[in-house]
Write a protein that binds this ligand. Structure first.
Ligand SMILES: *Cc1c(COP(=O)(O)O)cnc(C)c1O
Length: 413
């Protein structure tokens, strides 16, 4: 049967039979909410009074001068609560969950950012919340685990398989199937079975609408380019959606080029991915000939996903969205440039988009305009960046901190 929620040949709803009613209920609730002035008003109210929207669009004057080409503007989504755009679709889904009478939210998380956004809306709206996270990821991402726990969420370590994201997805799905009457599964990007790619895109599309308004006010015209990094694709679809019909505006998705071109060294799906049906939807995936997902790598935890949102797959096929990739090294260089010249410390994911703009700007005319969607801020990447920049003082601080802590404990006994 041809399901709804297709983007060209991509998308759909490929899930176990017992999950169909829950996805249909979610779709029905969403279609009602979309027409409900009260729902829309509440969503907007929360985006203003809880998330601080609209986020600013900032002219990167110093970088622009240095590069001597197109004007670069930065849409600063990093100013959102939890430091990234993710909170927006989590607020939207929390409102839908409440409308469906659900009492509990669950999510899976890899690096912890989606878990953190889910834990935040759970606290805000009074849901109980469980986040599944691979044991290996918990070891790598302790700060986010700590923060989720402070927000009142139970973080459940997943101890089977590779003990990373894929296993956390399976654990969360098992929970969802067992508790589907009381529980909403918060999906973290424009991926998964219908209606998630549509719902999350619509919630995020506020970003593109704001960009349009802001750039028209600042420059009196539309941008020539909008650039966003692409993991699953939610921040990119957020920035792109309102521009899809403006055919003069180039849209560029930036993937994680990682540290090399071999399997396991990057997360570039265009080219490299092939069409398959995994995790409930049809799209491009980095997979082997048996349909097993390949290992990926990126310096940024949010971009090392082997799949990509189905609508982005379709937009790539129809050539409306162009794809590029930048390496870990180029990303770190962009990170440094934004920090030193603009006073903005971007998330490493977002620094990918900035790196692409930095490559492109000198090739363009001075009257052309690039908008970079900075999906998040860099606080969360403190440990990775300190390690990459070989900051000895930072690690000395950690050692001294532990030494003090151990001394304190010994004195207690
Ligand atoms: C999670 C995350 C991403 C990747 O997710 P998309 O769905 O592709 O947007 C990008 N940037 C930041 C800051 C993130 O936290």
């Amino acid at each position: 049967m041809k399901h709804k929620g297709h983007f060209g040949k991509f998308g759909g709803r490929y899930v176990p039979e017992m999950l169909i009613p829950a996805l249909e209920e979610l779709e029905k609730t969403y279609l009602e909410a979309k027409k409900d002035a009260k729902f829309k008003k509440e969503f907007k109210h929360l985006l203003t009074t809880f998330c601080g929207r609209p986020t600013p669009l900032t002219f990167a004057e110093n970088i622009t001068k240095k590069l001597g080409g197109a004007k670069i503007y930065l849409k600063n989504e990093g100013l959102n609560p939890t430091g990234a755009h993710k909170i927006t679709h989590c607020v939207g889904q929390a409102l839908l969950a409440r409308k469906m009478g659900k009492k509990r939210l669950i999510a899976e998380t890899g690096a912890g950012q989606h878990g953190l956004a889910t834990a935040t809306v759970a606290a805000k709206f009074g849901f109980s919340c469980t986040v599944y996270m691979g044991e290996v990821d918990i070891q790598r991402q302790r700060p986010n685990v700590f923060l989720m726990e402070q927000l009142g969420t139970e973080v459940v370590p997943v101890k089977f398989g590779q003990r990373t994201l894929k296993d956390a997805v399976n654990a969360a799905l098992k929970d969802y199937i067992e508790n589907v009457k009381t529980t909403h599964y918060v999906l973290g990007s424009v991926v998964g079975p219908h209606p998630f790619p549509t719902i999350n895109r619509d919630f995020q599309s506020v970003v593109g609408r704001e960009i349009k308004k802001q750039i028209k006010k600042l420059e009196g015209t539309l941008p020539d380019y909008v650039i966003a990094c692409v993991g699953g694709g939610s921040n990119a679809m957020g920035a792109f959606t309102d521009f899809i019909r403006d055919s003069d505006v180039h849209l560029i998705g930036v993937e994680a080029g990682g540290k090399g071109k071999k399997i396991g060294e990057h997360a570039v799906r265009f080219p490299g991915g092939s069409i398959g049906v995994i995790e409930g939807y049809k799209s491009y995936f980095l997979q082997d000939s048996d349909g097993q997902l390949q290992k990926t790598h990126s310096i940024s935890a949010g971009l090392d996903y082997p799949g990509i949102g189905p609508q982005l797959a379709q937009l790539q096929n129809s050539k409306r969205v162009e794809f590029a990739s930048v390496t870990d090294k180029e990303t770190l260089k962009a990170f440094r440039l934004l920090a030193k010249l603009e006073g903005i410390i971007p998330a490493l994911e977002s620094a990918h988009a900035a790196a692409q703009a930095i490559k492109l700007a000198p090739k363009l005319r001075k009257d052309q305009i690039i908008v970079v969607n900075l999906s998040g801020r860099g606080d969360k990447d403190l440990f990775i960046v300190a390690k990459e920049f070989k900051d000895k003082n930072f690690f000395q601080f950690l050692k001294d901190y532990l030494k003090e802590e151990n001394k304190r404990k010994e004195n207690k006994h």
